[in-house]
Design a protein around this ligand. Sequence first.
Ligand code: ADP
Ligand code: MG
Length: 393
Amino acid sequence: MKKTIRDIDVSGKKVLVRCDFNVPQDENGNITDIRRIQGALPTIRYLIDNNAKVILCSHLGRPKGEVKKEFSLLPVQKELSKELGIEVKLADDIVGKSAKELTKNMKEREVVLLENVRFDKREEANDKELSKELASLADIYVNDAFGTAHRAHSSTAGVSEFLPSVSGFLIEKEIKFLGEALNNPERPFVSIIGGKKVSDKISVINNLLEKVDVLIIGGGMAYTFLKSEGLNIGKSICEEDKIDLAKELIEKAKEKNVKLLLPVDIKVAKEFSNEAESKVVAVDEIEDEWEGMDIGPKTIEEYKNILESAKTIMWNGPLGVFEFDNFAYGTNKIAEILANSNAITIIGGGDSAAAIEKAGYADKMTHISTGGGASLEFLEGKKLPGIECLLEK
Ligand code: ADP
Ligand code: MG
């Protein structure tokens, strides 16, 4: 277990918090989705309430080591000030004159935001000097940016070498739900893996086969598995060079006594479009000119039965081409089943989260992971530098 801000005395201390303020903006720089800012508030408010001097930092976009006005954290500073009801001060730089001045004589409960850490090319190089300079601004380091926790950068990991380092509430929650599901799940533990390609999720499937009781496979990647079983998949998406691997994964599931479920019926279409002619066929009846776009009703029924007896469900990757309304049914149905389930439900993956959001079930899930790449690496069983660097309890 990693220490959190609750395990350390922050009163009167300067606390440097790495946040994820990488918010989407429109062409005029207006923030179009403030959820990442809202997500950071509990950690910031806790620090304010406990009389810390709060120094925030984050990246925004890809300025590639150069100061670029369109990637300034100014809009974030405005939104933060509004949400917190206090004036958050924005430094013009990261560790330069302005940052030093603003953080030097801070009062308790004051909040300073440093400029975009990726304005400094040393950030992504995990440069030791930058880490040191960042550390020199503060007494304690808090990482609360899960989305970049799989990257070893100066502000996400490097700085921890020079300061006592703990997690904020967001990272704590990610470790709790993702970690507990992987290491100590309530069983039966069922995982649903979908999405476009097997190659994106080989390591995840490999790792999950060590942990789960049932592995459900859907989405585009299912066709590589089906083909490895000798079935005709028509024009469905397939990675020819991963067919042997799919076979090995099916073998591994058998060895590990993991029940591996593939679709039994498919909604196929004549072409890859929402308006395409479509029909439902049994999985062994896919014809040459057709491609698999969604799981069929029998498959949904079968998956439903398994999911209803699960105690922990982890879902990563849509089960069909959910961007097309006519092929979103399977994904939406599975989302509905999870929403009505009493199991612990954990969602990883950007597109899966978007699908659940779109279906209106986001607040019915136990945990929706905020880090696409980071949650995949976590599920692969990799150690994330931004988490490894924090103090153990
Ligand atoms: P996540 O972001 O949740 O990890 P992925 O990025 O792996 O998910 O996959 C999402 C994509 O997979 C979606 O764009 C979706 O359209 C695509 N997909 C799902 N099923 C199919 C299919 N049968 N054929 C082609 N693409 C599919
Ligand atoms: Mg994706």
